[in-house]
Design a protein around this ligand. Structure first.
Ligand code: NAD
Length: 430
């Protein structure tokens, strides 16, 4: 029998990710006494498509990429969710993430349903021209299914404002009219939202400050480890450091750094851009200045002695294997589904307070909603207004979740899911 390849394990873990999402839904449906026909509709997406994207590569040859778009539920409004470009994208992963989007949009009272998309690709191996043709090809593959009132995609892992600009342009071209509200996460000069780039990280820090108010910890004495230093991780560390929190570790795919006295996010970003690896940031060649920073692995980061752990990279990083070794008192889930269902039970038993992803990282989709409104109405908000409205929406949602969790003596995730699924089910009934 041939040995299993690494990609088989990814597919298996994505299968479990989707099955866990369904299990979680059934548990809440049981509490809310949701009718079987509504549950049946929610257990699977309305539609999932897998399509070929032929791209002319720079060497003149055509390469076929595979794309997905999944539309989970639109009872509350158009499907909404990001598009990721990653070598490990799979149908099950996209299905699970689209369901998560339905709950997230519902929890924070947006008029959106849930969707998600992706392409199996390592974008780092493509030239700018190839990436542009792939982005346009993705839109050609799903054009009839999307649009401002049907399904509104946005950036996610390894996609950004430039990719959204190419996609919006392609959509408008196919539609025959300028349609900026078809995508969110666009550059500000193309009906993008001022503040969208930092919205998710900023929102996470609002959640951190709510915990601070409740548990009375002091920023300067509070240590944080942030896994992932992309859009979300960087902006989270930037706003947290600005508020006086001590970020003692961060990482990216290749590994991370530990800086005992607290790291400087901007300096780390500059260094990452220069060297391509965070782990190399406080080293010259193979010589590291240990008085300043020390290289660590992603596994070590998760198990560090810190007050707050912030997974802000990819899903399923806290598992039943490492959950017993997590030393943080609080976990703020900035990535989508960073904690598996089994790991969550272990953390809860050990008294670790975890703020669920559908609340903690909802700043991004809230900002996307503001952008969608502006693109439709052709008006522009100033960044101060965006961040103020974002804070108000998040604080209101946090209050609801915290209140239900205290009242019913249930965990924050269960409280968030009860509120979110109840709103969707009510909309479906009506
Ligand atoms: P990004 O591509 O900008 O950054 C991802 C970061 O994670 C990078 O630093 C990358 O090196 C690191 N990473 C990738 N694979 C890793 C691995 N196996 N181990 C450790 N680190 C790894 O993506 P992002 O936009 O910052 O998104 C991060 C997470 O937040 C994702 O789960 C995404 O779905 C979620 N999220 C993003 C937004 C948003 O507005 N961007 C909103 C909500 C949720």
């Amino acid at each position: 029998m041939s040995a299993r390849r690494a990609s088989d394990y990814v597919l298996m873990s994505n299968r479990n990710f989707f099955l866990d999402s369904q299990k979680q839904l059934r548990e809440i449906a049981d509490i809310l006494k949701i009718e079987p026909e509504i549950l049946q509709e929610l257990e699977e997406p309305h539609r999932v498509i897998k399509f070929q994207i032929p791209v002319q590569m720079d060497n003149g040859k055509v390469k076929i990429f595979f794309g997905f778009r999944c539309q989970h539920n639109n009872a509350l409004g158009p499907y909404k969710g990001g598009i990721r470009f990653h070598p490990e994208v799979s149908e099950d992963e996209i299905k699970a993430l689209s369901m998560l989007m339905t709950w997230k949009c519902s929890l924070v009272d947006l008029p959106f349903g849930g969707g998600k998309g992706g392409v199996i690709v390592n974008p780092r191996k493509l030239s700018r021209g190839e990436l542009k043709r792939l982005s346009r090809g993705y839109v050609q593959g799903i054009f009839p299914l999307i649009g401002p009132e049907n399904d509104v995609p946005a950036p996610d892992v390894n996609t950004n404002a430039q990719i959204m600009a190419w996609m919006t342009e392609e959509y408008s071209k196919l539609k025959g009219k300028d349609t900026p509200a078809a995508f969110t996460g666009k550059p500000p000069e193309l009906w993008g939202l001022k503040g969208r780039e930092e919205a998710t990280g900023y929102g996470g820090v609002i959640i951190l400050k709510k915990l601070q108010q409740i548990f009375g910890f002091k920023p300067k004495e509070t240590t944080l480890a942030v896994q992932g230093f992309g859009n979300v991780g960087f902006n989270f560390t930037r706003f947290a450091a600005h508020d006086g929190y001590k970020i003692i570790a961060t990482s990216e795919r290749e590994g991370g750094i530990y800086v005992e006295k607290g790291l400087n996010p901007e300096q780390t970003l500059r260094c990452l851009a220069e060297k391509g690896r965070i782990a190399g940031c406080y080293c010259i060649g193979s010589v590291c200045d240990l008085s300043y920073g020390k290289q660590i692995t992603n596994e070590e980061l998760l198990e560090m002695e810190v007050d707050v752990l912030v997974p802000a990279a990819v899903e399923n990083v806290i598992t039943k294997e490492n959950a017993p070794k997590i030393k943080a008192k609080y976990v703020i889930e900035m990535a989508n589904s960073p904690v598996t269902a089994t790991a969550e039970a272990i953390l809860e038993k050990r008294g670790v307070k975890a703020v669920p992803d559908i609340l903690a990282n909802s700043g991004g989709v809230i900002a996307s909603y503001f952008e969608w409104l502006q693109s439709k109405q052709k008006i522009l908000w100033e960044k101060e207004k965006v961040l103020k409205e974002l804070s108000a929406t998040l604080e209101k949602s946090f209050k609801k979740v915290w209140g239900l969790s205290e009242k019913e003596k249930i965990g924050l995730r269960k409280a968030a899911y009860v509120l979110a699924i109840d709103r969707v089910a009510k909309a479906m009934r009506s």
